[in-house]
Design a protein around this ligand. Structure first.
Ligand code: GDP
Ligand code: IMO
Ligand code: MG
Length: 426
């Protein structure tokens, strides 16, 4: 399929980085289209683990063009750090990376606002990654205090920074926040970033439209997961972009009709970092067992991830929302050693059973999961190369998930390494 989109169907960290790296072999262009340095995608190659925040996971193949498209919010310091780290490790980052001149830029005030806003919410805090993501998207939608990558190369850049810093300092003073921004310092810093980034900056919308019209093989790499989608996720405990499949088009400028295939990425269980309801959460020994075996700690913030049983109600909703044609089922090896496994197949809400995902967070908080119990397997499966190498109970578990989500499982992952992957004959 020339144009493929990879989307996480849970609350992020579904191992999208591993799948994108694997699929990069079959593509010429890999595109990040939303989110920013809140993402932490892991790629394991030749025994070495790489963490990517802004750079697409296609970067390890030098002939592939990696695109940071318009819908991403760009922290230039984080991007330059990532470029330096990869370059030191011998990974080529040159004209193979292009950055949209329309992407919005994250500034120091966005970090301060992220910290202040989340702190004010107390028990209801979203628990953001504190990477300035929400405040930058707010300014994008608000327009008057926004800066896009292309603005950094215009003669009025200094004046724009001065005007925004004045406005932001007034807001911080009104909030009695101990924050005082210095326009000159910020201008000097960002002017230097802009100079270093200049060789990468381009009109990525035009580049991608040319590419799809010429039938080039493009891979879209979603960040976060569909349950964190600003419009369709567990609002307000979401991120500030369209992280479900619907975001690919808006964030890249490529009309949806060019996307030939969507692969939904799911973990074999559920995890969540930060606040918000999580019906199948196991805040107990089971959750702890999954966390330990799956090394479920945030790639970006190192926070312990909340762990629980696979929620088929939520994943069916996001598979439909993202238009998933097939599924990649990740981290199945983590479930080895469990005597039995549970899958949530429905919710009970006010005594009524439903397979629909509630639209209001208060209802999601109140649902009682209805579980189906399946037998587990004891043997380690991290060496399985084909579906026949899996114990029958593991195969049953995979089949049941495919059935509940109404999509075939095309890929099964049994370890972080690219070799620990089963391609299921369709
Ligand atoms: P992403 O944000 O969706 O790219 O996922 P993360 O990188 O944040 O988290 C996934 C973690 O699981 C990483 O540490 C991966 O190296 C690891 N991983 C990927 N696939 C597997 C798998 O099949 N089994 C195990 N045990 N770990 C995996
Ligand atoms: P990847 O791409 C998991 C979560 C945060 C918080 C909420 C809002 O690695 O899957 P934000 O900083 O975006 O305003 O935080 O979203 N979150 C993620 N959780 N994986 C991610 O990215 C995430 N990016 C944001 O923990 O609950
Ligand atoms: Mg991650």
């Amino acid at each position: 399929m020339p144009v493929t989109c990879v989307v996480g169907l849970q609350w992020g960290d579904e191992a999208k980085g591993k799948i994108v790296d694997l699929l990069t072999e079959r593509h010429e262009i890999v595109v990040r289209y939303q989110g920013g340095a809140n993402a932490g995608h892991t790629v394991v190659r030749d025994g070495r683990s790489y963490k990517l925040s802004l750079i697409p996971s296609g970067i390890f193949r030098p002939e592939v063009r990696c695109v940071i498209a318009t819908g991403v919010v760009l922290n230039p310091a984080a991007l330059l750090d990532e470029i330096d780290t990869l370059t030191k490790l011998g990974v080529k980052v040159a004209d193979n990376l292009i950055v949209s001149d329309r992407a919005h830029v994250i500034f120091p005030w966005h970090f301060e606002e992220d910290r202040l806003l989340d702190r004010q919410c107390g028990d209801e805090a979203i628990g953001t990654t504190l990477r300035g993501i929400g405040p930058c998207y707010s300014d994008k939608v608000g327009r008057s205090l926004a800066v896009r990558v292309g603005d950094m190369y215009r003669p009025d850049f200094r004046g724009r920074i001065e005007r925004i810093v004045r406005a932001k300092n007034e807001v911080f003073a009104a909030l009695s926040a101990d924050v005082r921004l210095d326009a000159q310092e910020i201008f000097d810093q960002y002017h230097a970033y802009a100079e270093r980034l200049a060789p990468h900056v381009a009109d990525t919308t035009a580049f991608l439209l040319d590419a799809v019209e010429a039938d080039r093989r493009v891979l879209f790499e979603g960040a976060q997961g569909a349950l964190l989608d600003i419009d369709h996720g567990t609002f307000p405990f979401v991120t500030s972009s369209n992280s479900s499949g619907v975001g690919a088009s808006a964030g890249s400028g490529v009309p949806g009709r060019y996307i030939d295939k969507v692969i939904g990425i799911i973990k074999a269980y559920n995890t969540r970092v930060g606040g918000g309801p999580f019906p199948t959460e196991q805040d107990n020994a089971t959750g702890e067992k999954i966390r330990r075996k799956g090394n479920e700690y945030g790639t970006v913030t190192k926070r312990p991830r909340r762990c629980g049983w696979f929620d088929a109600v939520a994943a069916r909703y996001t598979a439909r929302l993202s238009g998933a044609d097939s599924l990649a089922l990740m981290l199945l090896d983590v479930l080895s050693g469990m005597s039995e496994l549970k899958i949530c197949t429905a919710y009970e809400l006010d005594g009524r059973r439903t397979a629909d995902f509630p639209s209001h967070v208060d209802d999601l908080r109140r649902v009682v999961p209805v579980y189906e119990t399946l037998p587990g397997w004891q043997e380690e499966i991290d060496g399985a190369a084909t579906i026949d190498d899996l114990p029958p109970t593991a195969r049953k578990y995979v089949e049941r998930i495919a059935e509940l989500l109404g999509r075939p499982v095309e890929i099964i992952s049994v370890g972080p390494d690219r070799r620990q992957t089963i391609f299921v004959p369709q």
